[in-house]
Design a protein around this ligand. Structure first.
Ligand code: ATP
Ligand code: MG
Length: 274
């Protein structure tokens, strides 16, 4: 169980996250939604301690995460992998090395810099790339891949850490609908097959509804909704987004129409367009 208790984060006078309390059992797939500036990234970053809370406590199965230091903190950051909107790969390095960088916390920096990866790491990276359907790209430079492929490399790098929690901050915000679907399918699969807790910040309602068991709505640093995806009705969404009369679902949509079409059709269209 991940317990977030009365967690606040201030930046000067700005309260980015305001006394948030949440309990998330392991094995849920959770989406966090809310308009820009609502505090979604700050909350996620506090869970993995990239940002420290100004007040409150975060714990995970009896470990007081907010108090960890040094080696124990690095251990936590390994258990709690982060996936970013901009992938954060090393563009000029090949894919397989990028994936192996997920081991950075566990290996000495010198060994890593000298590219001396143990054979078991290489095999594990290949196995993960195969699982995510991108092993043929292993020898290519990361920059040669499409956005969707790069994000799957980001997920592979996260899996290399064998994390208990995957935190994804807008993992599909830079992707077209087809790639967005592949990436979300991948995250859902990891959740279903490995039982890892996945927490995803998402810009779009339809994605949260479609992929997450539980959706948390944030507004101005506070939680204003916490429920099942099917409870996320249009009036509830309007409240979360603090939207005025011209609120429309389309403004927060990834294009449901495209997402719900068979993948084979989309792939065929993409092939014809080349
Ligand atoms: N390092 C920082 N220094 C100062 N203010 C910050 C910092 N990080 C976040 N903030 C402020 O805290 C508030 C919440 O930001 P946060 O990035 O968590 O929002 P968000 O919900 O992730 O938004 P978006 O959807 O645009 O990513 C914003 O007002 C932001 O300007
Ligand atoms: Mg953000």
């Amino acid at each position: 169980m991940l317990r977030i208790s009365q967690v606040t984060r201030r930046f000067g006078a700005k309260v980015a996250v305001d006394a948030v309390t949440l309990e998330i059992p392991e094995g849920q797939m959770v989406g966090i939604i809310g308009r820009s500036g609502a505090g979604k990234s700050t909350l996620l970053r506090m869970i993995n301690r990239l940002t420290d809370p100004s007040a409150g406590s975060i714990s995970f199965s009896e470990v007081e995460v907010s108090a960890l230091k040094g080696r124990a903190l690095r251990g936590w950051q390994r258990d709690c992998a982060m996936i970013f909107q901009q992938f954060n790969l090393v563009p000029r390095l090949d894919v397989i090395t990028n994936v192996m960088l997920g081991r950075l916390n566990q290996r000495s920096t010198l060994t890593t810099m000298l590219n001396l990866f143990p054979r078991e790491d290489i095999l594990k990276a290949i196995e993960i790339l195969e699982r995510l359907g991108i092993s043929e790209h292993g020898p290519k430079r990361a920059e040669a891949l499409s956005g969707g492929q790069q994000q799957r490399v980001g997920i592979a790098r996260a899996l290399m850490q064998d994390p208990r929690i995957i935190l994804a901050d807008e993992p599909i915000a830079s992707l077209d609908p087809m790639n967005a679907q592949v990436v979300m399918d991948t995250l859902r699969r990891i959740h279903d097959e490995d039982g890892r807790l996945v927490i995803c910040n998402l810009h779009t309602l339809d994605t949260a509804r479609r992929y997450c068991d539980r959706v948390i709505g944030m507004r101005a640093g506070r939680i204003v909704f916490d429920g099942r995806a099917d409870e996320l009705t249009t009036p509830v969404a309007r409240d979360i987004y603090g939207a005025d009369a011209d609120f429309s679902e389309e403004a927060t949509s990834t294009s449901l129409e495209t997402l719900s079409r068979p993948r084979s059709v989309i792939a065929a269209e993409a092939a014809l367009a080349v």
